[in-house]
Write a protein that binds this ligand. Structure first.
Ligand code: GDP
Length: 173
């Protein structure tokens, strides 16, 4: 099974990014666990190709109990399942990456899970800052290559062709 996993802080625009990505390709939602913001959505691209939408991680880190639940979910969803996977961490291009995003990246690195960065809300970034600069900075912050950073605006539907190509490349590899 090949899986693309989307994760990010609450309100970073994760749903909007997934919608923008999937709008043309009629993806079938195959499961939805109950619990509104904490739910994991799974979409099937085809039989053995899945897109997984994790809950936003701002809320899930409030209490110790919540934190434990979160860790358990991550273990069950990401570590234990034997699949070929890439995690896309969505960050807010305007606000910049936060400690929570770095924690997530650190956690993934510990488990040897490959991750890439999507900087969303690029429409909010002043026009005089080139997207190339956003990519370089994010790459540096996360200790990854610039080619692993994608700049998009879900609102304006910009930047999705590169991201789509990357996802399809992964699914077809
Ligand atoms: P989620 O909680 O991460 O799934 O975030 P949502 O997709 O629900 O979006 C959170 C808020 O950010 C909403 O008000 C969206 O309209 C807004 N938003 C999402 N993407 C963009 C974007 O690319 N640009 C701007 N300006 N706003 C966005």
């Amino acid at each position: 099974v090949a899986e693309i996993i989307f994760s990010g802080r609450s309100n970073v625009g994760k749903s909007s990014v997934i919608n923008a990505l999937c709008s043309q390709k009629n993806l079938a939602r195959i499961s939805k666990t109950p619990g509104r913001t904490r739910s994991i959505n799974v979409y099937s691209v085809s039989l053995r190709k899945w897109i997984i939408d994790l809950p936003g991680y701002g809320f899930a880190r409030v209490s110790l109990q919540e934190k434990e639940l979160w860790n358990k979910m991550m273990e069950e969803c990401i570590i234990k399942r034997n699949s070929n996977k890439t995690v896309y961490i969505i960050v807010d291009a305007f606000v910049g990456p936060t400690e929570l995003d770095f924690d997530m990246a650190k956690w993934l690195k510990e488990y040897n899970i490959s991750f890439k960065i999507i900087a969303n809300k690029c429409d909010k970034v002043p026009q005089n800052i080139p997207e190339d600069e956003i990519r370089s900075k994010a790459a540096e912050c996360f200790g990854t290559d610039k080619s692993n950073v994608f700049t998009v605006s879900a609102k304006k539907r910009n930047g999705f062709s590169k991201l789509k190509t990357d996802i399809l490349k992964f699914f077809n590899s």
